[in-house]
Design a binder for this molecule. Sequence first.
Ligand SMILES: Nc1nc2c(ncn2[C@@H]2O[C@H](COP(=O)(O)OP(=O)(O)OP(=O)(O)O)[C@@H](O)[C@H]2O)c(=O)[nH]1
Ligand SMILES: [Mg+2]
Length: 212
Amino acid sequence: MILLMFDIFKRIVDNFFKNIFKGKRKVRLGLYGPPNGGKTTLANRICQDWLGEDMGKVSNIAHETREIQIKEQITIKSKGKELSFNLVDTPGIATKVDYEDFLKYMKAKDAKKRAKEATKGIIDAIKWLDDMDTVIIVLDATKDPYSQVNITIIGNLQARNIPVLIVANKVDLKKANLKKIESAFPQYKVVGISAKYGTNMDEFYEQLIKMA
Ligand SMILES: Nc1nc2c(ncn2[C@@H]2O[C@H](COP(=O)(O)OP(=O)(O)OP(=O)(O)O)[C@@H](O)[C@H]2O)c(=O)[nH]1
Ligand SMILES: [Mg+2]
């Protein structure tokens, strides 16, 4: 009970300071989405384009990112406008994490550890949602967009009035279906890109500046 009161008090104080410094605080741009959509690949692409360095490790095994990663002070430019932000790469959100899914890639002990860390990572990612000023949802355009995870994340952001840009990633793959993603989320701007090959990044930067 005391802990809960402390938490509420802390939130009030935090929000108070947040509001005072709002003008000075750097915009926080979060990358959100299900595991393996390409959030870290896109984070690396953005960092390479504007800083000339990478941000995090990419893997074909889900839940590679299990801790929030922040890259500070990125400034992007498009059509005479610019936008500065701190980029936040988050662990992929899933409704369940099963260590057995990792067994074909690693030993049981490591698979269990990965599952445990992934679960904690999901909770952290959700907790951080409140602290984002703008969010990019990264979806794998070859997958069904009508998933519980996608709908929950987007619903949450909508309720919090946080601006959202949807990225339909992996358009280099034959199975990619941009139209399907657009029709799943008609109230949002959807940009089709390939983070891996850098396709359509100009359009992505332009839309990002427009939205934020
Ligand atoms: N073909 C193709 N593959 C991609 C693209 N972007 C990412 N990938 C691949 O998709 C896999 C997952 O990429 P990540 O960037 O690690 O995905 P993530 O969303 O950060 O995943 P988590 O950290 O697990 O949440 C990797 O094998 C990437 O190489 C793309 O544009 N095209
Ligand atoms: Mg990642």
